[in-house]
Design a binder for this molecule. Structure first.
Ligand SMILES: [Mg+2]
Length: 119
């Protein structure tokens, strides 16, 4: 099992080595610039993921149920790209993603508890 906190640390080391400008934050404006960069990059990766789903669906619908298994590897790659920007965003916002996930999971359990009764 891989610790998410460890992944956040690895990503931060990577970013400091390859994109030091991203972490040169000495004002609110610098912080906002890095935050905007993450928002745009994350949206871009979500767009790439969605575009592949669109293509997968288009082939399926227009070619008699042909399912392009070969698109799945690309989809997996895009999902990891999304995860990378989520890690960077978590580092930027100063959260432990694993801990925050567990808190959110508990919140969602309470939030959706009424759904369970009807499901
Ligand atoms: Mg990508």
């Amino acid at each position: 099992m891989v610790d998410i906190k460890y992944l956040q640390m690895l990503q931060k080391e990577f970013d400091l080595e390859f994109f030091p400008g991203f972490w040169r934050i000495s004002s609110k404006e610098d912080f906002l610039n890095s935050l905007k960069h993450i928002a745009i990059a994350l949206s871009g990766e979500v767009g790439e993921f969605s575009n592949l789903v669109k293509k997968l669906d288009r082939v399926f619908m227009n070619k008699g149920g042909e399912f392009r298994e070969d698109y799945l590897d690309s989809l997996r790659e895009e999902l990891v790209d999304i995860f990378i920007y989520v890690l960077i965003g978590a580092n930027l916002l100063g959260i432990d993603l694993g801990e925050s996930y567990l808190e959110r999971l508990e919140f969602n359990k309470r939030r959706f508890s009424s759904f369970k009764e009807h499901g």
